[in-house]
Structures are given as structure tokens and as C-alpha cells.
Design a protein around this ligand. Structure first.
Ligand code: KDG
Length: 311
């Protein structure tokens, strides 16, 4: 069984029962989210192990996060409870003003998650992992969280990084600077990105051209393209896997579903191409519900989907 360790902020998500502007939403549903926690759950659903290095507050939302993630099979031993700061939360506004899009409204400044620091990174624990994963979100939330990623990547046997640029957390210039700094420092095994982030980081939104540049920094590049699917690049190869048309409830978390499923199946011995096909199924199911982690399918369920709807 492969083991992944991720570093990031676990957030509590409030997702409206009804779409539309938040000012008129009265009822919300609570979910555990946060990109790296989502990656872990997706990774575990394909039969591998995952632990997250993170901080939550000494509050009900922090206990909620730990209990939920433990229930999903994560190793929660490296989640610290921070007495001085609250667990970060965010609200989602769905289908307004742009249909099929979701907007995140964060209440996370000074959160426990942003207090993540290199002291939280246990050398032995990181070295025990087959792969260490983090994202642009963790680089953006604080200097200390960023340093924690650098420490873990320095110790890592293999590295995966999702650009996951959230422009409410930093400017495009800062995102470009920090992501390029990371790429220049560490060669990645996997870089997971999309065409919007490629435009910010490289000034290039053509997937083939952007991937060619990114291949200087990573062995494998996954280029997510929303409902269109995703493409995979390695050596001089390209593989495109199409998306599926389904009713969209909330797109938040779909990229993590794809990335976590893809990485896990690769470690199970799938070819990169097949792992990507399966990752897209996970992302497809993910957009059909509210919440980032509840619709993450097992390998068998993905195969059932492919038998009925796949190529
Ligand atoms: O990728 C999904 C994440 O965006 C969501 O779970 C919340 O981690 C989050 C963030 O920082 O936006």
C-alpha cells in the first residue's frame, strides 16, 4: 500500500441548500473541506493510505474536522489542535452570477490552519511517505505554512503539487513568483494544474504550450480542463481524457477529486493514462453534489460508471 502525506489547511465549508446570492440564502449544509484533505480522501478511496499535516482550532469545527477525517480513514496523528486560533471556515455561492460556477467566501484570516509551520513537520513522518503533496493554497495562506511545504518537500521521496491558485488569497504576481520559486527549487514528480493557473504562472493558457514549459519542472503534468476533461503530459507523450456531461451542483473540489484519485491509482500500478481516465470519473461525480468529499468513488464504483457511461 502506498502512503501519501499532504500539508494544508482543513476548512469547514458552508454550502447553501439553494443556489443564488448568499444574501438571500437561509439554509446551509456543513462539510469538511480543504484541498489537501480532499486529496487525502480521494487517495484513500482507491485503497492507499494518507495523512495530513495541519492545524485546526480547539473548537467544535476543529473536532468536527478531525472526527470526520478519521472516519474517512486518514491518519490524523499530525493534525495539531491550536488553542489560540479558530478553525477556518468558508461559504460557497453557487450558480450566481455565473451559472455552473461556484464562488468561495473565506473567513480564514489568522486561522489555526494558517499557523502551520516547519515545527509541525516531523522528519520521520515525512520520510515514511511515498509521496508528499501540497498546493498553491498552502503557499498562499502564510509565510510559515509556505516554509512548512519547503521543509516537507526537502525531505520528500517524491513530490506532487497542485497549483490551485485562489486569487482571494494572493495576487496573480505573488502567485506566479511563489509557484515559480517552488518549481525552481524542487523537481516535482507530478504537477497538477489547469489552463487558468497556467495563464497566471506562465502567461500561457494553451494547454500543450504550457505543459511543455512545465515539463522542465516536473516528470508528469496533468492539465485540468473543467468539463472538457484533462490532458496528461510526460516525456514526449500527450494523452487526453474527455469529461462527461452531468448535472452540476457545485464544482468546488472536483480538481482535488481528480488529482487524488489519479495519484493513488498510479501508485496502485495503473498506467498514467488509465489513472487519469478514472480520476475524471471521480471529478465528474464530485460536481454532482454539495461538498468536496462525500461523492468520492471507490475503484469499483468508478468501474461501474465506466461500464455504463464510459468509452
Ligand atoms: O479545491 C477545493 C478547495 O478550494 C476547497 O475545499 C477549499 O481549500 C479550499 C480553499 O482554500 O479554497
Amino acid at each position: 500500500m502506498a502512503k501519501m502525506v499532504t500539508l494544508g489547511e482543513i476548512l469547514i465549508q458552508f454550502n447553501p441548500i439553494t443556489p443564488g446570492p448568499l444574501r438571500h440564502v437561509n439554509y446551509f449544509e456543513k462539510h469538511v473541506a480543504g484541498s489537501e484533505a480532499n486529496y487525502c480522501v480521494a487517495f484513500i478511496r482507491q485503497g492507499n493510505e494518507c495523512g495530513i499535516i495541519a492545524r485546526v482550532g480547539n473548537d467544535e469545527f476543529g473536532y468536527n474536522a478531525i472526527e470526520w477525517l478519521r472516519g474517512k480513514g486518514l491518519d490524523v496523528s499530525q493534525i495539531k489542535i491550536d488553542d489560540s486560533s479558530p478553525t477556518g471556515i468558508f461559504f460557497i455561492q453557487r450558480h450566481y452570477p455565473v451559472p455552473y460556477k461556484s464562488d468561495s467566501v473565506y473567513y480564514r484570516k489568522g486561522s489555526a490552519g494558517s499557523k502551520l509551520s516547519p515545527d509541525d513537520v516531523d522528519e520521520k513522518y515525512v520520510r515514511s511517505a511515498d509521496i508528499v503533496h501540497s498546493s498553491g493554497i498552502t503557499l498562499a495562506i502564510s509565510e510559515t505554512a509556505k516554509e512548512a511545504v519547503y521543509k516537507a518537500f526537502d525531505l520528500a521521496r517524491a513530490r506532487s503539487f497542485d497549483t490551485n491558485i485562489r486569487l482571494k488569497l494572493w495576487s496573480p504576481d505573488k502567485a506566479r513568483y511563489e509557484i515559480m520559486r517552488l518549481l525552481n527549487q524542487f523537481h516535482l514528480n507530478f504537477l497538477i494544474t489547469d489552463t487558468d493557473d497556467s495563464r497566471i504562472v506562465l502567461g500561457e493558457s494553451d494547454p500543450d504550450k504550457a505543459a511543455k514549459v512545465f515539463l522542465n519542472y516536473a516528470d508528469v503534468v496533468v492539465m485540468k480542463m473543467g468539463a472538457k476533461g484533462a490532458a496528461l503530459y510526460y516525456e514526449d507523450k500527450k494523452y487526453y481524457s474527455h469529461g462527461y456531461t452531468v448535472p452540476v451542483e457545485d464544482v468546488v473540489g472536483a480538481g482535488d477529486a481528480l488529482g487524488g484519485t489519479f495519484l493513488s491509482l498510479y501508485y496502485r500500478g495503473f498506467t498514467l493514462e488509465k489513472a487519469l481516465d478514472y480520476g475524471i470519473v471521480a471529478a465528474t461525480l464530485n460536481v454532482m453534489i454539495r461538498g468536496d468529499q462525500e461523492n468520492l468513488p471507490s475503484t469499483n464504483e468508478i468501474e461501474q460508471f465506466l461500464r455504463e457511461l464510459g468509452k
